[in-house]
Design a protein. Structure first.
Length: 103
């Protein structure tokens, strides 16, 4: 179970990265990247979904679909707070870099 799965479990029931990826028709790696980007862009000015789409290269409609499965903007805010509280946002960014071959 990944850090994201544990935090997602606190925000909404029966959602994990693999399950969410299956529901939206994306790879688990893409969903993990999208969820991380959503947490990053949620507290920023502007549209969260558009920011995450721009950062990940995923279509905005898929990002919005992920937001819906997480539980909407309210749950996304709670998720972002949990990531910050866990100190996991920085760790997850490093993990994503490793997954996608970026440094």
């Amino acid at each position: 179970m990944s850090i994201l799965d544990g935090i997602l479990g606190r925000v909404t029931q029966n959602v994990d990265i693999a399950n969410l990826a299956n529901k939206v028709g994306l790879s688990p790696e893409h969903v993990e990247s999208a969820v991380q980007a959503l947490a990053k862009f949620h507290p920023m000015e502007g549209d969260t979904a558009e920011g995450a789409a721009s950062a990940t290269g995923l279509p905005v409609d898929k990002i919005r679909e992920i937001i819906g499965h997480i539980g909407g903007e309210g749950s996304l805010g709670h998720f972002a707070q949990l990531l910050e509280g866990e100190g996991a946002l920085g760790k997850l960014g490093g993990l994503a870099s490793g997954l996608f071959g970026k440094s």
